[in-house]
Design a protein around this ligand. Structure first.
Ligand code: SF4
Length: 324
C-alpha cells in the first residue's frame, strides 16, 4: 500500500471562551474532537455535516490556519503540526485552500492579476515580468476565464467567476492538496455544478487531491471518492461514496441522506426528521454525541459510552453501538 499524501491523527481543536473582568477562560468550544483519516494522492474526500460540526475547523487545522489543540497532521510524511514558520511557508506551496465566500476572500482593491500573481511573487515562481503575466493568463484560461479579465477588479465578476479567480489563485503555486472549504455553498445550483466540473477537470489534469467540505451530501456526491460525515466534532461515518450513499450505517447519515432529493420521481424516499437542534459544542452530550437526537438510541449505553469508529465492511467505518 502506498503511503497516504495526507494523514490526520486524532485532531482536536478547542476554542477558549473568555469572560469576566480579567477575561479568564471560563469554558471552551469543542470544535474538533479527535478526527483521524488518511487521504491518498489524487483522492477526493468529501466532508459533510451541519454547521458547527467542525468540518471547516478541521480543514483549517490541516493547513494550520488555525492551530490545533492536539493531534497531528502529516503531509507526505512531514509533520505539519510541528513545522516551523519557514517549513510552513514551503508547505503552503503544496497545500492550498479555497474559501466559501469568494468575494470576502478577494481583496476588492487588487486587480485579478495582482490577486493571482501575489503567490507567484511571494514564492519567486517567475523571473521576468513577461513570464509573470504569461503565467497569470495561463491560470485564468485554466479556470475558464480570459486574459481580458486580468486588469479588472473582483466586484466586476459574478459569484461563479469570483470562485474561479479564487481557484486560479490557489493553483498559482501548483499545489498537490486543495482544501475546498464550502467552495460552492454560496453559489446557485447550476453554477455549483460548473465549479464542481471545473474542479474535477483540474484534478484529472494536475493530479490534485481534494478535501471537499460541504454541509450537504448532494453537493459532494459526484466529486467524492470517499465521504466522511461529521457530527459535533467527530467523524461518525467514513466510507467509499457509493457504499455510503447506497447503504449508510449511521442513523445521522441516514437522516442527512433522506433529505437529498432523488432525480427519479418513481423512487420514493422517506424523510427522516431529527428531533431538536444540534446540541451546543460547549457542552456536547456524553457518550455518543448524537444520542439526544438519535431515533434508535439505547438508554444506559448510548448516553454513557462513546462509540468507537470501527470498520464494519472493508473501508466502511462507523461510530455507533448498534450499527455495523
Ligand atoms: Fe444512535 Fe446509539 Fe448509534 Fe449513537 S451509538 S448513533 S445514539 S444508536
Amino acid at each position: 500500500m502506498t503511503a497516504p499524501l495526507l494523514s490526520v491523527k486524532n485532531l482536536v481543536k478547542r476554542f477558549p471562551i473568555r469572560g469576566g473582568l480579567l477575561q479568564r477562560v471560563v469554558d471552551q468550544v469543542h470544535a474538533v474532537d479527535g478526527v483521524s483519516f488518511d487521504l491518498a494522492s489524487g483522492e477526493t474526500l468529501g466532508v459533510v455535516g451541519e454547521s458547527g460540526c467542525g468540518k471547516s475547523t478541521t480543514g483549517r487545522c490541516i493547513l494550520r490556519l488555525i492551530e490545533p489543540t492536539s493531534g497531528e497532521v502529516f503531509f507526505e510524511g512531514k509533520n505539519v503540526t510541528t513545522a516551523s514558520k519557514d517549513e510552513l511557508r514551503a508547505l503552503a506551496r503544496d497545500m492550498q485552500i479555497i474559501f466559501q465566500d469568494p468575494y470576502a476572500s478577494l481583496n476588492p482593491r487588487m486587480t485579478v492579476a495582482s490577486i493571482i500573481g501575489e503567490a507567484l511573487t511571494i514564492h519567486g515562481l517567475t523571473k521576468t515580468r513577461a513570464e509573470y503575466e504569461a503565467r497569470i493568463v495561463d491560470l485564468l484560461e485554466t479556470v475558464g476565464l480570459s486574459a481580458d479579465h486580468m486588469r479588472r477588479y473582483p466586484h466586476e465578476f459574478s459569484g461563479g467567476q469570483r470562485q474561479r479567480i479564487g481557484i486560479a489563485r490557489a493553483l498559482a503555486v501548483s499545489p498537490k492538496l486543495l482544501v475546498c472549504d464550502e467552495a460552492v455553498s454560496a453559489l446557485d445550483v447550476s453554477i455549483q455544478a460548473q465549479v464542481i466540473n471545473l474542479l474535477e477537470d483540474l484534478q484529472a489534469k494536475f493530479g490534485l487531491t481534494y478535501v471537499f467540505i460541504a454541509h450537504d451530501l448532494s453537493v459532494v456526491e459526484h466529486i467524492s471518492d470517499r465521504v466522511a460525515v461529521m457530527y459535533l466534532g467527530r467523524i461518525v461515518e467514513i466510507a467509499p461514496a457509493k457504499g455510503l450513499y447506497t447503504e449508510p450505517l449511521h442513523p445521522y447519515t441516514e437522516a442527512l441522506l433522506s433529505a437529498v432529493p432523488i432525480p427519479d420521481p418513481t423512487v420514493k424516499r422517506t424523510r427522516i426528521r431529527l428531533q431538536g437542534d444540534v446540541p451546543s459544542p460547549i457542552r456536547p452530550p456524553p457518550g455518543c454525541h448524537f444520542h439526544t437526537r438519535c431515533p434508535i438510541a439505547q438508554k444506559g449505553l448510548c448516553d454513557k459510552e462513546k462509540p468507537p469508529l470501527r470498520e464494519s465492511r472493508p473501508g466502511h467505518w462507523v461510530a455507533c453501538h448498534l450499527r455495523g
